[in-house]
Write a protein that binds this ligand. Structure first.
Ligand code: MG
Length: 270
């Protein structure tokens, strides 16, 4: 069975809180058990035992089993989406800044299902309006198609009107975010995402769709949303068969000042 929302909820809700031990069921008095009646032990599971994962020092720091995709130092985990050459975005002061002329960048690694943490910042002096104001995007799986894959939109949506299925926290042109949790330009913002990749049959037909759950600055904006296909700029979404895929960051062609990213890590889900 694929990973479901209940698992995601546990992941997200537990990261910042100190986790109290689960209360053990109160044993029933022996006199309450009678032959043939169900026993509490019959519904207890003891396997598989979850792996021990040490959480980060805060909810933004990578847990012990995370793959760190950017730790503030270099773009060693990233390549140009165009030709897979070394990524040419700017790294300075622990931050990646989009180089629009260099095009999109993507991870060298390919993923299926995962939990992703990524932080982004719109420049304080951002200009423009609508979709031409801090536009970027996190492609949760880069498929190499014209539209790129499945985009979780990045945009300045702090008092910046645009179509609502294209604002920050949207699955571009498919899912309106459940809330607008945008911070002001100049402030760092977070996405925490649980991604379930689509699966395809050997003949290329869809076996199971993609699902996404996303928190934007800790606020739930996508709740186990079932994608209808890749996110398309023009026309209706549809799927095209693919396997494990990189995560891609968008160098959008709008003329506004480029946005920045930091602290990017991923946990593969088995
Ligand atoms: Mg975008």
């Amino acid at each position: 069975m694929r990973t479901k929302i209940s698992t995601f909820a546990v992941i997200f809700l537990c990261v910042c809180a100190s986790v109290s031990a689960q209360q053990s069921a109160t044993p029933q008095a022996s006199g309450e058990q009678t032959a043939g009646k169900p026993k509490p032990e019959e519904t207890e599971l003891w396997q598989p035992v979850p792996e021990v994962v040490t959480s980060g020092v805060d909810c933004n720091a990578p847990p012990s089993d995370a793959i760190v995709l950017f730790d503030g130092k270099n773009l060693d985990e990233w390549v140009s989406s165009k030709d897979k050459s070394p990524a040419q975005w700017t790294v300075a002061n622990g931050v990646i800044t989009v180089n629009k002329s260099a095009g999109n960048i993507e991870t060298k690694r390919q993923f299926r299902d995962y939990q992703l943490h990524i932080e982004w910042r719109v420049p304080a002096n951002i200009t423009g309006s609508g979709q031409a104001r801090g536009n970027s995007g996190v492609f949760l799986a880069a498929t190499g198609t014209e539209d790129g894959g499945y985009e979780l939109q990045v945009l300045d949506s702090y008092k910046n009107e645009t179509y609502v299925n294209g604002m920050a926290g949207s699955i571009y042109k498919q899912a309106i975010p459940l809330a607008n949790a945008s911070r002001k330009p100049g402030e760092w913002q977070t996405y925490d995402v649980a991604w379930t990749a689509p699966m395809f049959n050997s003949d290329g037909s869809l076996k199971s769709p993609a699902y996404v759950t996303a928190l934007f600055n800790g606020v739930l904006v996508q709740n186990h949303f079932e994608l209808k296909g890749e996110t398309r700029y023009i026309g209706q979404p549809y799927y095209k068969s693919h396997g494990p895929a990189p995560i891609m960051l968008q160098a959008h062609g709008d003329p506004s000042q480029p946005i920045s990213f930091r602290n990017i890590w991923v946990r593969e889900l088995k």
